[in-house]
Write a protein that binds this ligand. Structure first.
Ligand SMILES: NC(=O)c1ccc[n+]([C@@H]2O[C@H](COP(=O)([O-])OP(=O)(O)OC[C@H]3O[C@@H](n4cnc5c(N)ncnc54)[C@H](OP(=O)(O)O)[C@@H]3O)[C@@H](O)[C@H]2O)c1
Length: 229
């Protein structure tokens, strides 16, 4: 890869997505970061990195808005496409106590929409580029303990949908990564989480870097260790 690399981070208004955008900017990359609405934190980052940083708008649950983003980005080369957007609702609940709407929202936002976004945006990524989605350690069925049961199910569904994507694109040269960042203190992770954002995201970016040019689907933690499906 020659010249300045570009990362597209989808869902970057705050938390881990914002930190991913900032980390790549600090490493000298160009970054396109998306939010659903106006984000003061992204505006601040844009002032720090004029010329390297573009803010875009997309809601991954709205296919039309993802298609419009694809059109606006026509002709751009995206070396790393990272779909980070996700939600957690009813983390203590089981199917008997949860709202059906909350479960369906998580399945849509955490599983269906990220893979649809990859389907709609992957042709911006050159051969040997990287397509990554933020999964979770909780998406592992083999390691399941019952915690965050409904959210974990949506991440397991995400992993399954990416298995399907990989099977349907057997000749892709893209590295396809399902990323488990650890339990991190963000709005979603909460204040009891084990890791600060600074303890997670630089490792995640190192891991993405280590997988550059390595085709195939992998489910990996931030230390580049494979997780059991
Ligand atoms: N924190 C953890 O411990 C942890 C652990 C494992 C995996 N993860 C995963 O990491 C990702 C980021 O989590 P986080 O902790 O940073 O959570 P967060 O602070 O709640 O941030 C979630 C981000 O996703 C965006 N988003 C939500 N729905 C969206 C949609 N429909 N379209 C576009 N963007 C949308 C949000 O944008 P708005 O500002 O517009 O809402 C926000 O930027 C998620 O996929 C999460 O499941 C987190």
């Amino acid at each position: 890869m020659t010249g300045q690399s570009t990362a597209l981070v989808v869902g970057a208004s705050r938390g881990l997505g914002l930190a991913l955008a900032q980390e790549w900017l600090e490493r000298g990359w160009r970054v396109i970061a998306t939010a659903r609405g106006r984000s003061d934190t992204l505006e601040t980052l844009a002032n720090r990195f004029p010329g390297s940083f573009t803010i875009e708008t997309v809601d991954i649950n709205d296919a039309g808005s993802v298609r419009a983003l694809r059109e606006r980005l026509s002709g751009r080369r995206i070396d790393v496409l990272f779909v980070n957007a996700g939600i957690a609702r009813n983390i203590e609940a089981s199917p008997v106590s949860a709202s059906e709407a909350d479960f369906l929202d998580m399945m849509l936002t955490n599983a269906f929409s990220p893979v649809r976004a990859v389907e709609l945006l992957h042709d911006l990524v050159p051969p040997r580029g990287t397509v990554a989605i933020m999964s979770s350690e909780l998406g592992s069925i083999a390691n399941a303990t019952g915690g965050w049961q409904l959210y974990a199910s949506s991440k397991a569904a995400l992993n399954m949908l990416m298995k399907g994507y990989a099977a349907k694109h057997p000749d892709t040269e893209h590295a396809l990564l399902l990323v488990a960042p650890g339990w991190v203190r963000t709005e979603m992770g909460g204040s009891d989480a084990a890791l600060s954002v600074e303890e997670s995201i630089p490792r995640v970016v190192d891991m993405i870097d280590a997988n550059r040019g390595r085709p195939g689907l992998r489910y990996l933690d931030r230390f580049n260790n494979p997780l059991p499906w």
